[in-house]
Design a protein around this ligand. Structure first.
Ligand SMILES: NC(=O)c1ccc[n+]([C@@H]2O[C@H](COP(=O)([O-])OP(=O)(O)OC[C@H]3O[C@@H](n4cnc5c(N)ncnc54)[C@H](O)[C@@H]3O)[C@@H](O)[C@H]2O)c1
Length: 347
């Protein structure tokens, strides 16, 4: 299938592109390139369409069977930088992209949603897709609004599907260190201590980036009526972890690392245990990775690039820090669009 993959140059996108191409899809990557150059090892292939998703026009959607929409301000801290901008990029541009895709006859629209829309369910029974949505950040709210608006666009010729991903981990050429397991392994490898930013009592479901790509692939390959207008939690029941158990696991995987609470650590209100039976039953999705194999993979990758504390604490792998660097250097404006200065630097 010919697939337009937005966010192709990001953490998930760089892996998803490779996985989808391996499965025979013809992938065209679209991305504005906020994290270009932020590579772990070998850079991902260049983006085919270096375009802001807010500027997509109908002509960009010609000839695709599906859109896989990953492009977004991708976490709570970046979303909190400017909530209105988060809604403009994550919600309004999503709706417009879907409208032009529908107008051009694209049949499937796979939307990267998030389990963070469940908010603070805590340790109560795991929650499924019918649970009330209780977003507590602009980022999570942007996902709720997007699902709502995309549902309204579903019709005989256009099938949106919402993959409510667990929190990602694992190696990608566009690594992020601001997701929990990648971060904990980074502390362990570069300092010998696993430093928790909270008291570790929150529940968090996890999924490996390669398994995220395989979930996307499942949504592209099943008959359209199975996914039409549906939400699927994307992860595995056994991959709901207490953050402190993840820290202990990392302490085992990285020999000699001690587990420490970061100074002033409090309780993280974003705590949720999620039921993933639907994606298992209806899309036959089973993750191939777990937190232990992922932590081992991460530790190997960090050592192979000789990651030290300076690299670990730089802006290269932390989305909010990178955006702030680009803003301070005048390379992007306050709407996160590239400036003329940036065009001169990259010319
Ligand atoms: N990583 C996770 O834990 C996780 C969990 C649940 C859902 N998701 C969702 O998956 C998607 C991908 O996340 P990620 O971790 O790869 O994030 P990322 O920040 O690494 O990648 C996002 C990509 O989108 C691009 N982008 C941002 N604004 C854009 C714009 N206006 N126009 C075009 N491109 C733009 C960026 O340049 C970047 O390459 C996001 O929608 C995110 O919300 C991620």
């Amino acid at each position: 299938m010919r697939v337009l993959l937005t966010g192709a140059a990001g953490y998930v996108g760089a892996v998803a592109r490779a996985v989808l191409e391996d499965e025979g899809h013809d992938v065209v990557g679209l991305d504005t390139g906020l994290y270009d150059g932020c590579d772990l090892g070998v850079a991902p292939p260049p983006t085919d369409l270096r375009l802001d998703v807010r500027d997509v026009e109908e002509r960009h959607l010609d000839g695709f069977g599906a859109v896989v929409h990953l492009a977004a301000l991708s976490n709570d801290p970046v979303g909190d930088l400017d909530p209105a901008l988060t809604y403009a990029i994550n919600h309004e541009a999503t709706v417009r992209l879907a409208e032009v895709a529908r107008a051009r006859g694209v049949e499937r629209f796979v939307f990267a949603s998030s389990c963070s829309m469940y908010g603070t369910s805590g340790a109560a029974a795991a929650i499924d897709e019918s649970a009330p949505l209780a977003p507590i950040t602009a980022y999570a709210e942007s996902k709720v609004r997007s699902e709502h608006s995309l549902s309204a666009l579903a019709d005989d010729g256009f099938s949106p599907v919402f993959l409510r991903f667990a929190t990602a981990y694992g190696v990608s050429p566009r690594l992020r260190l601001d997701v929990v397991l990648n971060n904990l392994v980074g502390w362990a490898v570069t300092t010998g201590a696993v430093r928790l930013q909270s008291d570790g009592s929150a529940w968090r479901p996890l999924i490996h980036v390669e398994d995220m790509a395989r979930a996307v692939s499942a949504a592209l390959s099943v008959p359209r009526e199975r996914i039409h207008g549906q939400a699927f939690n994307a992860g595995a029941d056994e991959a709901n972890y207490l953050i402190r158990d993840l820290a202990l696991l990392v302490g085992e995987v990285v020999p000699g690392a001690v587990v420490e609470l970061a100074e002033g650590a409090g309780t993280d209100p974003r705590s949720y245990r999620v039921d993933f039976s639907r994606i298992a039953d209806e899309l036959a999705f089973r993750p191939e990775w777990d937190a232990r194999s992922g932590a081992e993979q991460l530790a190997r990758a960090y050592r192979s690039v000789e990651m030290d504390e300076a690299m670990f604490s730089s802006d290269r792998f932390v989305r909010l820090a990178r955006v702030k660097t680009l803003l301070a250097a005048g390379r992007i404006d306050e709407e996160l669009r590239w400036t003329a200065l940036s065009e001169r630097i990259t010319a």
